[in-house]
Design a protein around this ligand. Structure first.
Ligand code: NDP
Length: 291
């Protein structure tokens, strides 16, 4: 069910002088940088929050959430592998969470659990604001058809992307996703599915939303999709460029990794919970220096 007036909007804040508690729930979760990011947002805005990591057992996500709520928790970010379970757990969903089929931000409100997804808007803001790359009218090649790819489709189309091609190793998965979204979103034929033998040359933006970079693999896409004005974006990030970014810059494209997306999705979650929008640039600079 979509969010209505009763569950939407920033969560009400707690008692003055006390810290409201938030967590990132995952398995594993020790690597998560979200606590440092939210600590900096809180410091910057004067919001009284405490944000921690919480590892849930693989079979114990719902119970972990219920226990956190029972001890006064106000909200949670959700990471791998629980985003689908968070989607199922929410009493109400925002339209962007519904379109993503996954939830990364839970708000524990007096009358229920609101599920949201801030990953897509995080990507769009990083590209449009931080990279100064307007999306309106652009052609986009989206590599991958997993949770991350699905979550960015609606925000990209809402930003005015003219043509979006989803290419995936398993073609049937991309086709099923495009068919499903085509039924539920007001698409006007600008979303297409294919395998990695992409039939079109030269996209304005090529986004790697596969997890191939985690294994230092490169999706086998022809360099024909790139041009010197193409922005190649890898959702993964690290101290060194990913193999995908090294490949793209080797073919003359502009490149950007997903660290800004990480910070921007966190800023959107902070806004959802607190009704305050933190400045992301200093936090992104600081995080980059820590890689
Ligand atoms: P999923 O497991 O849901 O999907 C993985 C996708 O990658 C599938 O489309 C899969 O194809 C494809 N894939 C996996 N290995 C390869 C390979 N060797 N070659 C080509 N394609 C491959 O993962 P997610 O969608 O959740 O995450 C994808 C990436 O996005 C991860 O690297 C993750 O870290 C990143 N991410 C970054 C965020 C940020 O804030 N910066 C936020 C969210 C995600 P197939 O269907 O054929 O199996």
């Amino acid at each position: 069910m979509f969010a209505d007036q009763g569950l939407s909007g920033p969560a009400a804040q707690g008692q003055p002088g006390t810290s409201d508690r938030y967590v990132v729930i995952g398995h594993p979760v020790a690597h998560s940088r979200s606590p440092q990011i939210h600590a900096r947002f809180a410091q910057q805005t004067g919001e009284q929050i405490h944000y921690d990591r919480l590892q849930a057992p693989l079979e114990g996500f719902v119970q972990t959430v219920r226990e956190f709520i029972a001890t006064g928790g106000r909200g949670a970010n959700v990471t791998v592998p629980f985003k689908r379970e968070a989607f199922a757990l929410a009493d109400q969903l925002t339209p962007r969470a519904y379109a993503a089929g996954a939830v990364n931000t839970l708000s524990f409100l007096p009358n229920g659990i609101l599920g949201d997804n801030t990953d897509g808007v995080g990507l769009v803001r990083d590209i449009e604001v931080n990279a100064s790359f307007p999306l309106k009218g652009k052609s986009v090649l989206l590599l991958g058809a997993g949770g991350a790819a699905r979550g960015v489709i609606l925000p990209l189309l809402e930003a005015g992307v003219a043509h979006l091609v989803m290419a995936n190793r398993t073609l049937s998965r991309a086709q099923a996703l495009v068919a499903e979204l085509g039924d539920s979103l007001p698409l006007t034929g600008q979303l297409q599915a294919c395998a990695f033998d992409v039939p079109t040359d030269r996209f304005d933006l090529v986004i790697n939303a596969t997890s191939a970079s985690l294994q230092s693999d490169l999706p086998p896409v022809s360099a024909r999709v790139l041009s010197p004005s193409t922005l190649a974006y890898d959702m993964m990030y690290g101290a060194a460029p990913t193999v995908f970014l090294a490949w793209a810059s080797g073919h003359g494209a502009q490149v950007r990794d997903g660290l800004g997306m990480l910070v921007e999705q966190a800023a959107e979650a902070f806004w959802v919970w607190r009704g305050v929008r933190p400045q992301t640039a200093p936090v992104l600079d600081w995080l980059r220096s820590q890689l």
